[in-house]
Write a protein that binds this ligand. Structure first.
Ligand SMILES: Cc1cc2nc3c(=O)[nH]c(=O)nc-3n(C[C@H](O)[C@H](O)[C@H](O)COP(=O)(O)OP(=O)(O)OC[C@H]3O[C@@H](n4cnc5c(N)ncnc54)[C@H](O)[C@@H]3O)c2cc1C
Length: 426
C-alpha cells in the first residue's frame, strides 16, 4: 500500500483496532499513548489492596459483536473470550427471592417466547412486542416516548439489559441507541446473544496480543507520549506536539485521533463532542466463586446489577452510578456484599474488597448527547476521528470502539487507493 505513515494517537481499543487494521493492510503505522499503558478504559492492573491483577471494570461482550470478534481474531486472542455454548442468562430477583434463566433460541424467529418456561416469569407473550416500537424511532426520542417503562417485563428484562448496554437510566435514554442494542442482540436471535467474558483479564485478551501483533508488523507504540497540539496548514495537519517534542508530518502522512472527546476537542477547536458522561462502579471481592456460580448473574431489585465470577474473585457492576459517588465506600462494599454473599452462597463475612468508580466510563446515551457525536471525517484532509463516542450508531461499547477504529482505517485506505488510482490514470 502506498502512502506515508499513519499516526494513531490514543491506544484505547479504538486506536488499537485502527492500528491493527492499517498494519494488516501493509500501512506504516506509529501509535502514541499518553498513559504508561495501552488499553484506555479497557485494561487490567495489579490492585495492591487485593494483591490481584483485576480489570478496571467488568466487560461483557456478545457473540453478535462481529467487529470486536474480528479484532480479537486478527490479534489471535478470540479463544480467550469464554462463555456458555448458547445464549443463557441467569437472573435473580432480590425482592422476591425468585430466580430464572433466559434462554433465547439461536435463530431470528423468537419461538422461545412461546414457551413460558423460557420467558421471564410473570410475563406474557404479547408484552414482548412492545419493544418493536424502538426499532424505528426519531433521533430525538427517549425510550419513555416510545415504550412503557414499567411492569415486570421492563423491570426484569429490558431495564437490566438496556441499563448495562446504555449506562444510562433507560427511560431517559436515546430510543435510537436502545433500538440499536435490541436489534443487534435479541433481534438477531440467540446466536448473537451468547455472553462472552475475557475471563483471563482485559489486557491479556484485548491489549497485550494487539501490541504483540503490531510489534510483529513493525509498528512502534510510544507510551507516555501526550499529544498536546496539532499544527494545521492549508487544510491539513502538518505537525504533532508532544510536550517539547515536535513531529513534522510528511505530505502523505495521515492522523487518526482516537482520544477521549474532551481531548479531541482541545486538539481540534470547533469540534462538537458529547460532554455529559456517566459513571460505572465496579466492586471487586477477593474470594473464589462457588463452582456452580454462573459466569454472569443479572440481579434485579437490588443495588447489585450484574455479578461476574472470575477464577480468584467475584466482581459486581453497577451502571449509571453517579448517584453513589458520595456514598462511603465501606458502606457500599458492605451492602453489595450482603446481596452477593447471599445470592452466590459465599457467606456473610466481607472478603477483601476494592471499589473502582470510572467517572467518565461512557458518554450519556441520551438524545442530545447522541446528536453531538461527530462522524469520523473531519474538515482537515488528513485527520480522521475514532472512539466509542464518535457516530457509530451504538452506545459506548467495545463493539462501537472497534467499529470506529475500523472505519477510520477504511477512510484512510480508501483515500490512498483513490489517490493512487488518480496517479495511475494520469
Ligand atoms: C468500567 C467500564 C465498564 C465497561 N463495560 C463495558 C462492557 O461491559 N461492554 C462493552 O462493550 N463496553 C464496556 N465499556 C466501554 C468500553 O470500555 C469502551 O467503549 C472502550 O474501551 C472505549 O475505547 P476508546 O478507544 O474509544 O476510548 P479510550 O479507552 O478512552 O481510549 C482513549 C485513549 O487515549 C489516550 N489519551 C488521552 N489523551 C491523550 C493524549 N493527549 N495523547 C495521547 N493519548 C491520549 C487515553 O489514555 C486512552 O488510552 C466499559 C467501560 C468502562 C469504563
Amino acid at each position: 500500500m502506498n502512502g506515508g505513515t499513519v499516526h494513531v494517537v490514543g491506544a484505547g481499543i479504538a486506536g488499537l483496532s485502527a492500528a491493527v487494521r492499517l498494519a494488516d493492510e501493509g500501512c506504516r503505522v506509529e501509535v502514541y499513548e499518553s498513559a504508561r499503558f495501552a488499553g484506555g478504559r479497557c485494561r487490567s492492573y495489579h490492585d495492591r489492596t487485593l494483591d490481584l491483577r483485576i480489570d478496571n471494570g467488568n466487560h461483557l461482550l456478545l457473540s453478535g459483536n462481529a467487529a470486536a470478534l474480528d479484532y480479537l481474531g486478527r490479534i489471535g486472542s478470540g479463544a480467550k473470550l469464554k462463555g456458555p455454548v448458547s445464549a443463557i442468562f441467569d437472573f435473580a430477583d432480590l425482592a422476591k427471592g425468585e430466580r430464572w434463566r433466559l434462554r433465547p433460541n439461536d435463530g431470528r424467529v423468537p419461538w422461545w417466547l412461546l414457551s413460558a418456561g423460557r420467558r421471564v416469569p410473570g410475563t406474557r407473550l404479547r408484552e414482548y412486542l412492545a419493544v418493536l416500537a424502538t426499532l424505528r424511532v426519531r433521533a430525538s426520542a427517549r425510550l419513555r416516548d416510545v415504550m412503557d417503562c414499567s411492569g415486570p417485563l421492563y423491570q426484569r428484562l429490558w431495564r437490566p439489559v438496556l441499563l448495562a448496554g446504555l449506562n444510562n437510566d433507560p427511560p431517559d435514554s436515546s430510543a435510537r441507541l436502545a433500538g440499536a442494542i435490541l436489534r443487534e442482540t435479541l433481534g438477531a436471535g440467540g446466536k448473537a446473544c451468547r455472553p462472552l467474558v475475557a475471563i483471563e483479564g482485559l489486557s491479556s485478551t484485548f491489549v497485550e496480543p494487539a501490541l504483540a501483533h503490531l510489534s510483529k508488523r513493525g509498528v512502534s507504540v510510544h507510551l507516555g507520549q501526550r499529544l498536546g497540539a496539532v499544527d494545521f496548514e492549508a487544510g491539513r495537519a502538518v505537525a504533532l506536539s508532544f510536550g517539547k517534542q515536535q513531529k513534522a508530518l510528511a505530505q502523505d502522512d495521515a492522523l487518526v485521533l482516537a482520544l477521549p472527546p474532551w481531548i479531541a476537542q482541545e486538539i481540534l477547536p470547533g469540534l462538537e463532542v458529547p460532554d455529559a458522561f456517566r459513571t460505572i462502579l465496579n466492586a471487586h471481592f477477593r474470594i473464589a466463586p462457588s463452582p456452580d456460580q454462573p459466569m454472569i448473574l443479572g440481579v434485579v431489585n437490588g443495588l447489585t446489577e450484574w455479578v461476574f465470577a472470575y477464577k480468584d474473585y467475584v466482581s459486581v457492576t453497577i451502571s449509571s452510578a453517579d448517584r453513589l459517588l458520595c456514598e462511603p465506600r465501606e458502606r457500599l462494599a458492605a451492602q453489595i456484599w450482603r446481596e452477593v454473599g447471599a445470592l452466590c452462597g459465599l457467606g456473610s463475612r466481607l472478603p477483601p474488597w476494592q471499589i473502582i468508580n470510572e467517572r467518565r466510563a461512557t458518554f450519556a446515551a441520551i438524545p442530545d448527547q447522541d446528536a453531538k457525536r461527530p462522524c469520523a471525517r473531519t474538515s482537515w484532509r488528513n485527520v480522521v476521528l475514532a472512539g466509542d463516542w464518535t457516530q457509530t450508531g451504538l452506545p459506548a461499547t467495545i463493539e462501537g470502539a472497534v467499529r470506529s477504529g475500523y472505519r477510520a482505517a477504511s477512510i484512510i485506505m480508501e483515500e490512498r487507493e483513490a489517490a493512487h488510482g488518480a496517479i495511475t490514470v494520469r
